[in-house]
Design a protein around this ligand. Structure first.
Ligand SMILES: CC(C)(COP(=O)(O)OP(=O)(O)OC[C@H]1O[C@@H](n2cnc3c(N)ncnc32)[C@H](O)[C@@H]1OP(=O)(O)O)[C@@H](O)C(=O)NCCC(=O)NCCS
Length: 163
């Protein structure tokens, strides 16, 4: 096995997944800014603080939201938010991935795979049969990630119109 691969496996084993805390939000804002190139602090604060009470993440009473971060040596290196939605696009129940990101310096170490695996297990436990997300066609890296995780093109078509 190559030396780099061994080093990567070593790093991967030191990464732990845990529930989101309010104090993680700044790190998530920073990771997203580095991966997308656009700062969106208000968006993340609004999206994530909805689920935080007394500093700890609380899912809705019906357990419809799961938020996790990946931590390495006390630093947040990845995050994921999933939401179970009822009747979105006419689907009685569906699990959605609404946010997923890995620190650019820690990508390709299996962090995204581990975060996603935890979400999929959660959805399976909840009895869901499908999980969906939306990504840009032009974003080859993200498409590659989801394809390699077994995702295929779904039955919906996005429509838009210039105004
Ligand atoms: C998509 C993303 C979360 C993947 O995170 P990651 O921690 O690097 O992913 P992993 O290391 O677990 O990758 C698992 C597998 O996915 C595939 N993959 C991941 N990134 C890839 C890339 N850039 N190109 C090709 N394949 C890729 C590979 O098959 C990889 O396995 P391998 O490294 O053994 O070959 C990360 O690239 C990211 O944060 N992108 C920007 C944020 C974003 O747009 N998120 C999606 C919004 S829903």
């Amino acid at each position: 096995m190559r030396k780099e691969r061994l080093a990567a496996l070593d790093q991967e084993s030191s990464i732990v997944l845990r529930p989101l805390r309010e104090s993680d939000i700044a790190a998530i804002i920073a990771i997203d800014e580095r991966t997308s190139g656009k700062p969106k602090p208000e968006y993340w604060r609004r999206k994530l603080t909805r689920y935080v009470q007394e500093g700890q993440f609380q899912s809705d009473a019906d357990g419809s939201v799961l938020a996790r971060v990946a931590e390495a040596e006390g630093t947040v290196v990845g995050f994921m938010v999933g939401e179970i939605r009822r009747w979105e696009f006419g689907l009685p129940y569906c699990g959605w991935i609404t946010a997923l990101g890995t620190d650019p310096d820690r990508q390709r170490l299996g962090i995204g795979r581990r975060l996603l695996a935890e979400l999929l297990d959660y959805y399976r436990e909840k009895g869901l049969e499908e999980v969906r997300t939306i990504v840009e066609w032009a974003d080859g890296d993200i498409l590659q990630f989801f394809h390699s995780m077994g995702f295929v093109r779904g039955p919906f078509v996005e429509l838009q119109k210039s105004l």
